[in-house]
Design a binder for this molecule. Structure first.
Ligand code: FEO
Length: 389
């Protein structure tokens, strides 16, 4: 792929992966993604910030075809979708030094077998001169690995952030502007990748707020030339604010659980509570993850399979627990044929959720009026709790 100018001394030399539809063999990528790599030319030295996924290495190497020398390769993050191309870059530029955080050093040696003598660690706040340009490294641990850092190019007011503020969004636009589709893709990215580290991100946002920059250049998705859009969005996502909304991940085998879910959806709407059901038979789990960013309540809907919850519900509940959303309330509804421990098993799956459990409503077979009345009562309880948000 061709290099694209970001400013006089900075070029984008990454790869747009239009066709990728799955990340980590888990996360749907409806909009593809990009792996952004940046070439920074100082008057004396040249640096490459992040590489690309090994599958897209020909794009990076093609963009570097006319670059005779690279003095520094900066690894802001050791995960392979950015670092995987680094060994090939180091082989092409045998005098280049690999700059990374102290924690990244062992990860890069272990994951990519980079020779120790090629690596120079940089301290938090350290500046490396490129002549009339410089790179200042700021540690931002846990966005989303322990070794992550960002890089400020103060002379051009560009902040390179790797995964932080990134989005899986393939586009020919270099900049996001205020495109709401990019904000939505960034929210999906935050939900799937960053949300478990919400408190660490709160601290890292404070560090970043102290820096002066006009452009945020992440290593996935377009650059933010109006950075307030993404910084403000992150502030909101990591805040304690939740919305008057219930999400209901569920699945139904013979219609009983679906009838319970439909009743709850109607009851919540009637009571002025926003509600978003997710039929797990057809749901993109990324959408479910996004909904967890700011919902106040989760109600898990499950039929009973071999005494326990349906496996799809088991998976979704495990995911919700792993993502550590800021939910405040939880409940379980569903059904069973002859016996069930689904509620007990689901409750044991969510130790990370600091929620008040509002109750369980399970029906035997198709719901009877008393079951539906119990669902209405659950809606009343949710309405009351949400009144204090
Ligand atoms: Fe885009 Fe954590 O790698």
């Amino acid at each position: 792929m061709q290099a694209r100018p970001v400013c006089e001394r900075v070029q984008w030399v990454g790869a747009v992966d239009w066709n990728r539809r799955l990340f980590d063999a888990l996360i749907p990528l409806p909009d593809g993604t990009s792996y952004n790599s940046y070439l920074v030319r100082g008057s004396e030295k040249t640096a490459l910030i992040d590489a690309v996924d090994p599958a897209m290495l020909p794009c990076l190497m093609g963009a570097l075809a006319d670059v005779p020398e690279i003095h520094y390769v900066v690894a802001q993050h050791a995960e392979q979708d950015h670092s995987g191309g680094i060994p090939a870059v180091l082989a092409r530029y045998p005098k280049a030094q690999l700059l990374c955080s102290a924690k990244a050093k062992s990860l890069l040696m272990e994951h990519l077998h980079v020779a120790e003598e090629r690596i120079r660690t940089v301290a938090d706040g350290e500046t490396v001169s490129l002549g009339d340009r410089s790179l200042r490294f700021i540690y931002t641990p846990w966005v989303h690995w322990p070794e992550t850092m960002v890089t400020l190019l103060p002379e051009d007011k560009i902040l390179f952030t790797c995964d932080f503020f990134g989005s899986h969004y393939a586009t020919s636009d270099l900049y996001a502007g205020e495109n709401p589709a990019v904000r939505e893709a960034a929210k999906r990215y935050y939900a799937e990748i960053m949300m478990p580290f919400r408190s660490a991100i709160q601290g890292n946002l404070k560090k970043i707020e102290a820096l002066k920059f006009d452009v945020i250049a992440p290593s996935h998705g377009p650059l933010f030339d109006k950075p307030a859009m993404i910084v403000d969005a992150y502030r909101d996502w990591v805040s304690d604010r939740v919305e008057n909304r219930v999400i209901i991940p569920y699945i139904s085998m013979h219609g009983s659980t679906e009838a319970m879910v439909e009743r709850l959806v109607r009851a919540l709407i009637t009571r002025g509570v926003d509600v978003q059901p997710f039929n797990l038979a057809v749901t993109d789990i990324g959408m479910l993850a996004m909904s967890l960013v700011d919902a106040a309540t989760i109600v898990i809907g499950t039929p009973t399979v071999h005494v326990g919850p349906h496996p799809a519900v088991f998976n979704a509940t495990h995911l919700a627990n792993a993502l550590r959303p800021k939910l405040r309330y939880a409940a379980i509804i569903g059904s069973y044929g002859w016996g069930t421990q689904a509620a007990e098993q689901l409750a044991a799956l969510i130790p990370n959720l600091k929620v008040e459990v509002l109750g369980t409503v399970l029906c035997k077979g198709m719901p009877r009026p008393a079951d539906l009345a119990a669902v209405d009562a659950l809606a009343d309880t949710i309405k009351t709790r949400h009144g204090s948000l």
